[in-house]
Structure formats: C-alpha cells, structure tokens
Design a protein around this ligand. Structure first.
Ligand SMILES: Cc1cc2nc3c(=O)[nH]c(=O)nc-3n(C[C@H](O)[C@H](O)[C@H](O)COP(=O)(O)O)c2cc1C
Length: 186
C-alpha cells in the first residue's frame, strides 16, 4: 500500500528556500508512489497551546477551535511527517513551533499517536554552517522530540540559503531533498 506523507511548511515565504526544498521532497515522494500533502502553516489559524491539560485528562483531542482541528486527522493518518522550517533566531520558526506545541493533544498516557511514524526534516539558514546559524538547535529539538514520542528520523536536509531563490541554485541540496522524499515513500 502506498505511504502517506504530510509536509508541514513552516516559513511565511510561500516560495522561500525551505518551501522549494519541501516541494522537491514532495516530487521525490510522489514519483516513488506516495500520497503526499503539503500544508502552509503561515496561512492557517494556529493558536498557541494554552496548557489547559484537558487533552491529558480524558478528552479526545484539543478543545481549541482553530485550524489544528483539520490538521490533527492528517497528522494522525500520515505514515510520515515532514517539517520544513527556516531558522529564525537560532531555531525553528514560530509558525513551526506553534504547530508542534499543539501535538501535545496527540500524546498522553493512553494515546501515542506519533509513535512509529517517520519524521523528515528540512532546514534552511542564512549563516554559513549548522552551528553558527543555530540549525543545530533545531536538530537537537527534533532529536529530543523523536526520542520522546517514538518517531523515527528518516533523514534531514539542511543548508545555507538566505535570499529567495538561493536553495534552487544548489543542485546537491535539491537532490538530497528529492531523495529524502523517495526514501519516505517506501
Ligand atoms: C526573522 C528572521 C530571523 C532569522 N534568523 C536566522 C538565524 O538565527 N540564523 C540564520 O542562519 N539565519 C537566520 N535568518 C535567515 C533565514 O534563515 C534565511 O533567510 C532562510 O533562507 C529563510 O528560509 P525561507 O526562505 O524558507 O523562509 C533569519 C531570517 C529572518 C527573517
């Protein structure tokens, strides 16, 4: 059966560098036979988790009535989730973090929705390397997250690109994104 992949795009730049790489990943996954959907988080109403803890105490889901309600079933049904984010202030973008915080409602004693799913990561930063850019902080976050919820990190694609259009001028980076898509599809 074909794999289903959900790509969460965390940049406000709809045609930005992380989005271009996410689209490459999409193409690689599609060509390899996966069912792929891409979501532009910046265009959605996603409120911050307010730590009401209702989701941890028997309520099935999150009580905040916003666009996460349509995203929860997609996350639940996906075999693989891909997060593509720019690095902002040495970590993931606020849009990405808002969404991930709300995954709280998918995880509690009785409910381990994310366990066993694949996780793909796409990160783009303006600085020259993973450390000075803060990309490493984002990677640590995803490693901790994956360990905690029991997801498997299938691969990460990251690199330097600042202005619009800089990622697509890097064939190696584009190829890596395409290949990660293909890997997630099998
Ligand atoms: C608010 C803001 C904060 C940024 N912070 C960082 C940073 O901490 N480290 C870095 O290397 N680049 C930083 N950048 C540069 C972006 O990561 C870079 O432009 C990247 O290509 C954006 O990806 P996108 O096109 O997918 O939005 C920042 C850019 C903005 C707008």
């Amino acid at each position: 059966m074909s794999k289903s992949i959900l790509i969460l795009k965390g940049s406000p730049r709809e045609k930005g560098n992380s989005a271009v790489l996410a689209d490459q990943l999409f193409a690689g996954a599609k060509e390899a036979g996966a069912k792929v959907e891409s979501v532009y988080l910046h265009g959605m109403d996603i409120q911050p988790c307010d730590a009401c803890d209702v989701c941890q105490n028997g309520y099935e889901g999150c009580i905040i009535e916003d666009d996460m309600q349509s995203l929860y079933p997609k996350i639940t049904e996906a075999d693989a989730i891909v997060i593509s984010s720019p690095i902002y202030w040495f970590t993931i973008s606020a849009q990405t973090k808002l969404c991930i915080d709300r995954w709280y409602a998918l995880e509690c004693e009785e409910k381990k929705t994310l366990r066993g799913k694949q996780l793909g990561i796409v990160l783009v930063y303006g600085d020259t390397d993973l450390y000075t850019s803060g990309g490493i902080n984002a990677i640590h976050t995803f490693e901790s997250l994956a360990r905690y919820v029991g997801m498997d990190i299938a691969g990460m694609v990251y690199g330097t690109a600042w202005q619009l259009g800089e990622a697509e001028k890097q064939p190696e980076l584009m190829e890596k994104a395409f290949k990660l898509g293909a890997k997630l599809a099998v």
